[in-house]
Design a binder for this molecule. Structure first.
Ligand code: NAD
Length: 441
């Protein structure tokens, strides 16, 4: 099948590469010339495990191409995926300007009937808006090509995006046209050979399914984070509570880990967008408003623990030097969008502390955020030299079983603030650390 993917970011690049890998011919389009230049050389513009070899192989096999020329891409394909960003506007609504611009461009360059698939996360009713924009442009061109609009939200997780795309839990396809639904089913069937997990529905339900999934996951996180706060107060252990409730099959073990709040490009903006959708219809999303509120507090939690540690010793954070392990919003990605580390590090800097940080892949993106306001180390252990304390912020595998002797020797004081509950409290105390984690006081 000949496919165009418009928007070559985390979703578009992964989707395009995986569609190419199963034998389709894919043209990926982006307005960012620098990205396209790199991609043409086989350099992935994002860090995603497994992406690079797949990309290089498909470029070599001439199954994937990259261009800034959207006209050529649209003219030469049957199916067009829209995978551009839908960032939050000031009122929390999803900003649809990029999606609607692409819709207009598709209308301007369509030269035959096309299937237009919206893969971006978009509010309920966007499929109708896209159809309207397209029709207006086609009418102004005085042509009568048919654009069948499909809503096909993406559920991949950064850090496991290739695996998720290649073996999806489910595929959601919303649309009216039987022909388009059949084509979509054919396109996805190679990824679902063991059992058919394609769910067909109307466009609006498909659009809402994506928000509902992310909102549910964000709710689980905030729920556990709030319980962890209570554990801290009543001297209970959230880890024990977690396994205790997770063994109930109605609850399950996944996504119950407390931490320092959710971040990334999806949960924060999708929760906000759903709250906005409710408000527009005078239907406040009260649970989600609380989920967001709890999350904002959680991002400040580690700083509060740091503040308490020093105030109990009549010391100030000012002038202290902190080693930070992990900056990305989660492991196995370089994505810094809405990363909790941004909130915590900015609070430390405002309090007059200095920060030396290490992340296995996100440091280039961090330089764009902080410039020389913080310093970066080439490895995790060098951050510790002359630091007053270690803060663990992202649960990269690299940090799970560190050399505690080195940590003890290199830190000025044996203080560890662990935002991901990576270490055993008893063992840390036995080794002589002042150790703080989440909900395990
Ligand atoms: P991204 O910011 O990484 O990529 C978007 C790309 O679109 C950018 O490269 C940008 O230059 C390009 N673009 C913008 N306007 C364009 C135009 N007119 N023509 C061509 N290219 C254009 O975004 P992303 O993280 O890939 O997310 C895309 C969508 O998918 C969003 O709606 C997001 O909510 C959703 N989503 C993201 C994830 C994720 O993990 N990142 C997962 C599921 C769904």
């Amino acid at each position: 099948m000949k496919i165009a993917v418009v928007g070559t970011g985390y979703v578009g690049l992964v989707a395009g590469t995986c569609f190419a890998d199963i034998g389709n011919h894919v043209t990926c389009v982006d307005i960012d010339e620098r990205k396209i230049e790199k991609l043409l050389k086989g350099i992935p513009i994002i860090y995603e495990p497994g992406l690079e070899p797949l990309l290089v192989r498909n470029i070599k096999e001439k199954r994937i191409e990259f261009t800034t020329n959207i006209q050529e891409a649209i003219e030469n394909c049957e199916v067009i995926f829209i995978a551009v960003g839908t960032p939050p506007g000031e009122d929390g609504s999803a900003d649809l300007q990029y999606v609607l611009t692409v819709a207009k461009e598709i209308g301007s360059f369509m030269n035959s009937d096309k299937i237009v698939v919206n893969k971006s996360t978009v509010p309920v009713g966007t499929a109708d808006l896209v159809a309207k924009e397209l029709k207006m442009v086609l009418k102004s061109r005085n042509v009568e090509w048919e654009a069948e609009i499909i809503s096909n939200p993406e559920f991949l997780k950064e850090g496991a995006a290739i695996d998720d795309f290649m073996s999806p839990d489910r595929i959601i396809i919303g649309g009216k046209s039987e022909h388009a639904l059949k084509v979509m089913s054919k396109l996805y069937s190679p990824f679902l050979r063991t059992n058919n997990r394609i769910y067909m529905m109307d466009n609006k339900s498909a659009e809402l399914t994506k928000y509902a999934a992310n909102a549910m996951l964000a709710t689980k996180i905030s729920f556990m984070n709030e319980l962890a706060l209570l554990c801290d107060e009543v001297d209970a252990d959230i880890d024990l509570v977690r396994v205790g409730i997770g063994s109930d099959s109605r609850i399950g073990h996944k996504f119950l880990f407390p931490g320092i709040g959710y971040g990334g490009s999806c949960f924060p903006k999708d929760v906000k967008a759903l709250i906005h959708m409710g408000r527009q219809r005078e239907l406040p999303m009260r649970i989600l408003e609380s989920v967001e509120d709890v999350n904002a507090g959680q991002k400040r939690l580690l700083f509060k623990k740091i503040q308490k540690h020093y105030s109990e010793r009549n010391e100030s954070i000012e002038g202290k030097r902190f080693a930070v392990w992990g900056l990305a919003f989660k492991p196995r990605t370089d994505d810094m969008r809405e990363a909790p580390s941004i909130v915590m590090i900015n609070m430390l800097l405002e309090a007059g502390a200095s920060v030396v940080a290490y992340d296995p892949v996100a440091m280039d993106n961090c330089r764009e955020i902080w410039g020389d306001k913080i310093s970066f180390s080439p490895d995790s252990y060098t951050t510790l030299d002359n630091a007053d304390a270690l803060i663990v912020h992202t649960e990269w595998n690299d940090f799970r079983i560190p050399d505690f002797d080195q940590i003890r020797q290199r830190l000025k004081h044996q203080v560890v603030f662990d935002g991901r509950n990576l270490y055993n409290t008893k063992e840390m105390l036995q080794m002589g650390f002042d150790y703080y984690s989440i909900g395990r006081s």
